[in-house]
Design a protein around this ligand. Structure first.
Ligand code: ARG
Ligand code: ZN
Length: 829
């Protein structure tokens, strides 16, 4: 059943307090839920959500009642204005492979309730605008589950008969049920403390699998840095006596911001030099920060309904991006953020799942934890930040918390706080929340009698969900090379900007820092693009200029023609490789040949074979023409013990893998850390070198005991050429596990997202067997990996037919709601 934003109604009842008792047993867990209810209007019918529950009993004010079921909800008539409702349910956490609600993972109990998982624990008003104070008693076997955790502060614990024990937790901050969490297990514990600006001593605890405590140290440093950063940047302090993080290997997403008890996918907690890459370290810091920041943007101020998800996610991603640029930021940080938008988000908007950052209709909420809601949502906040300035944005944040602390609110409330704090009108800006699709920004230069100016126009093409589009206010940041920077505010469909008098026509660096999530159309000369690629002061502009050159070149190649952009691109790379090294991170980006995925974004129709061939040709051109200079640079940086140097070394090694075959092998064997080892291995796989089998086998032997590292191996197995014929074998390896979404995403998800072999008859045949099996185990994990297949209409005719048949074949009576919604959208019309 589809829900619509326009149909929002306030809840008929409020629940001010919820007392929970969990009697944990592996397959038969009993949950007793006592709610303090009050009517929020005149409707006497209380309708509670529930899924996969066995109802044991219901009592209203101490009297047994027999409820009825209507449309999957439990309906209870409540005559008085307030009442106490006691519900007992039984659930099976071991059989729960969907990993929503309460489940057992690697021998521990844990929960995931966002978005609508709490209804798999007990019958409840499972919606974010019902805020209650929780008291949770957890009872379990003491030997097997010595640690019993829930939200808030520990109030009591003790022994019980039969080897069991209990702990009672109280969370004084009213919260929606999606922030509820429970964990029971036997973990190693890393502890530390943090004193807040106003003097509260906070106990910090990170719970990890036995034997891995030292691998939580980096996460702990990131946590303390996050706590300090949020105080310094936004004046936001932590509000409980302890903050706990639990790392589990079975988890559908990255992590979850449950109040006082964050639960993390282990891959975003555990790290040391031998097992994690520099990128892993940065990702961990970003996600630790993200979940911690949710304590204010998400928990203290939460969402009225799930259509408002970007209220907390877009804002919190923006905050974690700001944090990352302060913590470990390099010139590549922003380039990578822009890449996520330009590859994944633009593709989402070009396909059947197109939606505004505040969606209008949703069938399965889990399908809307998207790169649009999260990352485009963050770009929208970034534009506000730029528009209002640092102080203005901070004033808006302060007003937002002053007005809405403890409330469940909307995206409009957030923008209104920004507008009111700065006394500006943001009503047109709100269009970014309503409108889906990617604005195409066309730039035309005006150069007359020494006067230089720009004519900007914008047009958003229709998307699958929305035909009518209008212009949106957007900041266009520019640099005139050698003459300085400026930000032009485009308000309308078309506007002209005079930029002054010059002796010669200046060279324009457009969209500095990726100032707005738009596609650029600008017929700049090849020579100017080459100049930007070498000389612009903005890193994003430099990488983008290279891409725009390559886009022209590849477009010509696809037509069987040659293009002068090739020589210019090679010449610029030569220049970059021979001049003094100033920014290794940036050069690491410039020395990457764009992925086939990135190239798909350059064209409406996907000529997959043509793009694969073009990419190979680009790689071989670089190898043949620039080997000497690239090799010199490789020699210069390969032993430098510094992150930027490692990034650059890995890019160069990937480009030069074929001629450097022995060098790749040596680099792998002599690696001093995982960044070097995985970089060499990835280079061997990308170059399809003869020794890649031996290296992969060595890697599996070295790391077979570390599932997070083995995910890197599974990813490479998904990416490599010849992946399909080896799949059977890889899936039999002990590293693979159908029930673990990290494993299936690494192998199957990577295969779908990156491997051209996916788009063969045999690939589609294989997926038609694998995906239904996976969907029966874990719908959410399955739905998250089919995105690229939904783009079927953009492929050539043969693949279109193959994909259409595949997608249609996946629609059966057994298909999950998650996958079903995506298939329905992809195949309609
Ligand atoms: N709120 C979590 C985060 O971004 C993600 C939870 C995702 N849940 C889901 N059902 N998809 O930090
Ligand atoms: Zn989040």
């Amino acid at each position: 059943p589809v829900k619509r934003l326009a149909d929002y109604k306030a809840p008929a009842f409020l629940i001010s307090a919820l007392d929970l008792t969990f009697e944990l047993h592996d397959t038969q867990t009993r949950v007793t839920a006592v709610s303090t209810l009050t009517k929020n209007g005149t409707d006497p019918l209380l309708r509670l959500d529930g899924e996969q529950l066995e109802l044991v009993s219901v009592e209203l004010d101490g009297k047994a009642v027999t409820p009825r079921f209507e449309e999957g909800q439990l309906v209870i008539e409540v005559a008085k204005d307030s009442a106490t409702l006691k519900i007992v349910t039984q659930i099976d956490p071991t059989a729960n492979t969907a990993l929503e609600g309460l489940y057992r993972s690697g021998g521990a109990f844990c929960t995931q309730c966002e978005a609508e998982g709490f209804r798999r624990i007990t019958y409840f008003l499972d919606r974010p605008d019902v805020l209650a104070v929780y008291t949770t008693k957890v009872i379990a076997d003491k030997a097997q589950y010595p640690q019993l955790l829930s939200n808030g502060n520990l109030v009591e614990s003790g022994e019980l008969e039969g080897g069991r024990h209990f702990a009672t937790w109280h969370d004084p901050h009213p919260k929606p049920c999606y922030l509820f969490a429970l964990v029971a297990g036997d973990f190693d514990l890393l502890e530390d403390s943090f004193t807040t600006a106003s003097g509260r001593d906070v106990l910090l605890q990170i719970f990890v699998d036995k034997g891995r405590r030292v691998q939580a140290r980096h996460a702990m440093e990131a946590l303390k840095f996050s706590m300090k950063w949020d105080e310094d940047t936004y004046g936001l302090e932590y509000d409980l006596d302890r903050f706990m993080i639990v790392a589990v290997d079975f988890f559908n997403m990255g992590a979850m911001e449950n109040k006082g008890l964050n639960i993390f996918n282990a891959k975003y907690v555990l790290a040391d030099d031998d097992t994690a890459t520099d990128q892993d370290f940065d990702n961990i810091a970003a996600i630790i920060a993200h979940e911690y920041f949710h304590n204010w943007t998400g928990n203290r101020v939460t969402c009225r309904d799930w259509f408002q998800l970007s209220l907390k996610e877009g804002l919190t991603v923006f905050r974690d991006q700001q944090f990352s640029s302060d913590w470990a930021g390099s010139s590549a940080t922003r380039i990578k953020e822009a890449q996520v938008i330009r590859t994944l988000q633009f593709a989402e908007d070009a396909g059947p799942m197109s939606h505004p950052i505040r969606p209008l209709e949703v069938a399965e909420m889990n399908n809307f934890y998207t790169v649009t809601v999260y990352n485009k949502g963050a770009e929208v906040i970034r534009m506000l930040n730029g528009l209002l300035g640092k102080a203005g944005f901070r004033a808006g944040m302060d007003l937002y918390f002053k007005r809405h602390d403890g409330q469940a609110v909307t995206c409009d409330d957030f923008v209104d706080a920004m507008a009111d704090a700065n006394d500006v009108d943001l009503s047109r800006f709100k269009g970014w929340y309503r409108q889906s699709g990617t604005p195409v920004l066309t730039v035309r230069e005006i150069w007359e009698n020494g006067h230089y100016g720009l004519k900007l126009s914008q047009l958003t093409p229709p998307t699958s969900d929305q035909a009518e589009k209008g212009p949106l206010p957007l900041p266009f940041a520019i640099e005139l090379l050698g003459h300085g920077k400026d930000v032009l505010q485009l308000q309308d469909a078309e506007q002209t900007f005079a930029l002054g008098q010059f002796d010669e026509k200046p060279i324009l660096a457009p969209l500095c820092g990726f100032s707005a999530p738009v596609k650029l159309v600008f017929e700049q000369s090849d020579d100017e693009l080459a100049a930007l690629m070498e000389k612009a002061s903005d890193g994003f502009v430099r990488v983008d200029a290279a891409e725009r050159l390559l886009q022209r070149l590849v477009a010509a190649w696809l037509q069987g023609q040659e293009h002068p952009a090739l020589e210019l691109w090679l010449r610029s790379l030569h220049g970059i490789a021979t001049r003094p090294l100033t920014d290794a991170f940036l050069d690491a980006e410039l020395f990457k040949v764009p992925s086939v995925n990135a190239m798909q974004g350059w064209f409406e129709q996907i000529d997959l074979d043509g793009l694969v061939a073009a990419r190979q040709r680009l790689r071989s051109q670089v190898r043949e023409r620039l080997f000497a200079v690239l090799h010199d640079r490789y020699q210069m940086v390969k032993d430098v013990k510094e992150k930027g140097a490692r990034a650059l070394t890995n890019s160069l090694l990937t480009l030069l893998a074929e001629p450097l075959e022995q060098g790749v092998f040596d680099r792998y064997q002599q690696a001093r850390n995982m960044t070097e080892r995985q970089g060499a291995l990835a280079a061997a796989v990308a170059g399809d070198l003869a020794n890649s089998d031996a290296l992969l086998a060595d890697f599996a032997e070295r790391f077979e005991d570390n599932p997070q590292v083995m995910d890197k191996w599974l990813m490479l197995q998904g990416q490599r050429s010849g992946a399909l014929k080896r799949m059977g074998k890889v899936m039999e390896h002990s590293a693979f596990n159908w029930n673990n979404p990290n494993r299936t995403r690494a192998l199957i998800g990577t295969f779908i997202a990156t491997n051209p072999e996916c788009h063969t008859e045999a690939g589609y045949q294989w997926l038609s067997e694998v995906l239904p099996k996976l969907d029966a185990i874990n719908p959410q994990a399955t739905a998250r990996m089919v995105g690229p297949l939904l783009q079927w209409r953009r492929f050539d005719q043969k693949r279109r037919q193959g994909l259409e048949a595949l997608l249609k074949g996946l629609q059966t009576p057994h298909t999950s709601a998650d996958l079903g919604e995506l298939l329905g959208k992809a195949l309609k019309g």
